[in-house]
Design a protein around this ligand. Structure first.
Ligand code: FAD
Length: 279
């Protein structure tokens, strides 16, 4: 199918982008890497009257480390994150997760900001942001605000992003004493995950502390498993893990998998992740 007709604008400055967003409101869609939006247009799942292409805006891409945080601009591509030495050193969870996102051709264009704004519950970056307690900078003509990942994802493809706001960057606190593990199951390499887990913890004598478990494919939003995290804190192994995960996750059925199957797979992945963290 072909996309419906739309107007196209390529602002040169953030102020121009804000003005366009305010003028067109809900009729406008931001275009970043286009790896989700263009298929949605072609399938007629979206029909904006205007696309606002933000790829020429300066200052929205790149990776930097300063003080106690690593900052990644919204227009930074999945592939740039995957290949960054700074990311590998300071946020290895992202390096572990990146190869699971689609295929290289898609990772060359798709952006961190686009993935966060889209908020697909089966996407890798939103779950990693939850596990790492990341904050998103949202900007509009009224100024900027920071929103924690745990407060950003509101429902299926729904976020705290206002209609005239852009994601400009993502900040990750540095966790030098933590280990991380990312695991997911998909039918084929490059497919969206059936279910996956991003796990971060300090490890002492084979026991995990300060554990964060975030799931993709675990419900209508990326989810932190608060009950399972509490049950596994300072323990090895965790007898009640399956029961606690069932309290935390509510996976949606897909064409091949029932919610119970996904819950079982989440339990298996979590046990593997905890074992890998403690190894
Ligand atoms: C075949 C295929 C397989 C894929 N598999 C995976 C996968 O396994 N895992 C995965 O995570 N993703 C997958 N994707 C999606 C891909 O990762 C996209 O790159 C990503 O979801 C969106 O990033 P984008 O830059 O392409 O955004 P776009 O497609 O340009 O935009 C996506 C949405 O976000 C909005 N948006 C974009 N940037 C901003 C911003 N800075 N501020 C506010 N709103 C913004 C747009 O308006 C739009 O609504 C796949 C895509 C394809 C085509």
């Amino acid at each position: 199918m072909k996309a419906p007709a739309f107007a196209y604008a390529r602002p040169r400055t953030l102020d121009e982008a804000f003005a366009l967003l305010e003028k067109h409101g809900a009729d406008a869609r931001i275009l970043a890497g286009g790896q989700s939006l263009v298929p949605m247009l072609n399938l007629r799942l979206a029909a904006p009257s205007i696309l606002i292409d933000i790829t020429s805006l300066e200052g929205l891409s790149g990776i930097s480390v300063s003080g106690e945080r690593l900052t990644i601009g919204a227009l930074t591509t999945h592939r740039e994150i995957e290949r960054s030495a700074d990311v590998a050193r300071h946020c290895p969870l992202l390096t572990q997760a990146a190869p699971h996102i689609a295929h290289v051709a898609i990772r060359n264009s798709g952006t961190l900001g686009g993935s966060i704004a889209l908020a697909d519950p089966a996407a890798e970056w939103p779950a990693c942001c939850l596990a790492l307690d990341a904050s998103f900078t949202l900007a509009s003509r009224q100024g900027t605000r920071k929103v924690k990942a745990r407060d950003f994802f509101k429902g299926l493809y729904a976020t705290a992003l206002g209609p005239a706001e852009l994601v400009t960057n993502v900040e990750f606190p540095l966790l030098p004493k933590h280990r991380s593990v990312f695991l997911e199951l998909s039918r084929r390499r490059g497919d969206y995950a059936i279910v996956g887990v991003a796990a971060v913890a300090r490890v002492d004598a084979g026991k995990v502390h300060d554990l964060r478990l975030a799931y993709l494919g675990g419900g209508d939003v990326p989810k932190l498993a608060l009950h399972a995290m509490k049950a596994a804190e300072g323990c090895a192994p965790v007898e009640t893990l399956a029961a606690e995960l069932a309290r935390d996750l509510s996976p949606l059925a897909d064409l091949e998998n029932k919610p119970d199957t996904k819950l079982h797979l989440a339990n298996v992945l979590t046990r593997r992740a905890l074992a890998a963290l403690a190894a």
